[in-house]
Design a protein around this ligand. Sequence first.
Ligand code: PLP
Length: 414
Amino acid sequence: MERIYLDYAATTPLDTQVKTAMEPFFGTRFGNPGSLHSFGQEASAAVFGARRSIAEAIGAAYEQIIFTGSATEANNLALRGAVRVARRSGRGRPQIIVSQIEHESILETARSLESDGVRVLYLPVSSEGFIDIEKLKANLSEQTILVSIIYAHNEIGSIQPIAEVSRIIRDFRNRRNMRAPAAVIKRGARARTRKEKGMPHAFGTTYPLLHTDAVQAFSFLPADVSLLGVDLMTLSAHKIYGPKGIGALYLKNQETVAPLVTGGGQESGLRSGTENVPAIVGFGEAVRMASRRRAKEDTYVSALSLRLFSGLKKIVPGASLNGPPLSSRRLPNNLHICLPGVRAGEFLIQLDRAGVSASAGPACSSRSAAPSPTLRAIGRSGNYERQSIRFTLGRPTTSREIDRVLGIIKNLRQ
Ligand code: PLP
């Protein structure tokens, strides 16, 4: 039986070119990048090459890329690491702002930090899954150390206005910084004390920081960190046809986070542990390929999504998207769709038996019977959720596959 995979938001297959690039590092080029001999130097050069490729792809400098064991770990490093630095200054209780529809690796981390005394605002979203900008503006304060907003959503595909969020944060920082009293320019101990009293932001002039999780966005959307105006950004290899078990955090300024994993001081001391050289090499190759193909892939996948959606609407009257409409601020490969009269759990099993792999939502939450926080946040929990299925398309998807899926669904509905 031909099997059709439509769950590319969960993970993507390893591209053969990526696999080829990785292979020598499982074999003869096995050195530890920390070793000074030629084996080590070969591995170190390969890690450097990948780091430089990823940096170039997002308009950063190579030393601003920190490799981690996953995007989950990168998100943890961003949030927990920033809180650690802020706390060291002893200037009161930090606040972080995250949207209600962040990936679990942000939401769970925020909850954990909250139980540890950090104030957290969970920013609400509209019925299409866009953050409430006015609420964000109203809640930025001199205690806000970090705002973390997902760039493009893994479940419902909504694309957030990250550059606009960045402008709002910049304006806020500038207004705060202008409030610094003239006394701050005086020298001496007394002046320093006054400077501290007049500190425009409790934790320093570079706060609040802006972090975005660009894991799902990277294949389709511009990812230049200067254009986006972000201080931190998370990436993952296995969503872009690279290997599993490798992620990265872009850091505008290394001093804004403290490490969670300490030891031998790899990754500028921000993530100790011998580097996963084959995975890093694969990540670099996958990023180069994704950057080159971005525009083409967007056009290609958009057309296929439209074909699938139009076909589904003919088979299931009343079918509607959860999240924004197609061809708007929505990831081109994402169809999270409510199919009235369909029981999603059973339907997914029937589809799988017929050779079609789709999902009800994120793979990491599929073991839990709890309702999706995202669907709840956009007002689509309960019946909507029980009738909703997520199809996510990818680079290998073909129009033949889409037509076959539509044929299978038509048969199952009869
Ligand atoms: N962030 C988003 C938006 C995701 O979709 C995922 C994966 O599902 C992650 C983070 C976690 O990625 P990883 O599997 O590399 O930990």
